[in-house]
Design a protein around this ligand. Sequence first.
Ligand code: ZN
Length: 339
Amino acid sequence: MRSFFNRQNKFQPRTEDAAVSADQQVPDDMWVKCPSCGDLLYSRELRQNARVCPKCSHHFRLRARERIFLLADDGTFREWDAELRPEDPLNFVDGSGPYTRKVASSSKKSREPEALITGRVSLGGNEVGLAVCDFDFMGASMGSVFGEKFVRATERCLALRIPLVTISASGGARMHEGMFSLMQMAKTVAALGRMRRAGLPHVALLTDPCYGGVTASYATVADIILAEPGAMIGFAGPRVIEQITKQKLPEGFQTAEFFLDHGMVDGIVPRPELRGTIVTLLNHYARAAKRINPTTTRPGDDIVVPALDKLATLTDSPIGDDVLIGTEAAAAPSGERTT
Ligand SMILES: [Zn+2]
């Protein structure tokens, strides 16, 4: 077992940089070669097109804040829990060094303190909670702070009675935290259960790549599951499945289109239509919510919405504790940040 953790040639999540090999990168970021059609694209034109190839519609990966910028009404994003940082509960060390060092280098590279960014935002005039993965931070693996931020976002959605929109791209659970990371699967899904019982919707968008514990937990228990064209989605990767089952996998296996054909996602939405589609869904919910008194919960609900004056402060909450955090009124000074 020890040798497993000391392996030097560990699996590394495929990043956009890796996907676009060295010969496809042109100096100064002036031009980018599309990995799908091979065309040379002017990077500014690509950015203006939401990083979708204008020739073949290949969807390049986006950073979390790029996604928020593309989706949100201008200037409405208020970040939650930006000060939370990953801990190292196991003092974990593997062949590439201590987990803490890995977190520090990932944070420096991605300029994010954790792989999940949460906050409140307006989408077409609809207030929603938002939880967006940043794959550049350790492959957006789900550790205990990732899970805690997710749960706090759902608690705020409950307190504010607003829907939750999640955008997922992840390599799965963060093995450096062992069982602590696996527990986040149950913790996030339990939090969504409370939202479901309160009648608050969860719209999930699966983007490339979405794997492991994220696919197997909160990302696929949404009320509406959307995916971007061509996104790779699954639990274990296709190579691992082929090795275990010793069967040839069908063409297109684990693509968003394959998932749509097999009833695992509700729709595939090209990026330029994404904002409009999500706003339409939220408008439908808002109209329905008005018809059925939104302040009344149904029998059997076990929602706990803490009083504002009894809230735990964000900084005092031990990471990983199941702390109920209240509305932005309590969080705004320290827990909510405008970007
Ligand atoms: Zn292309």
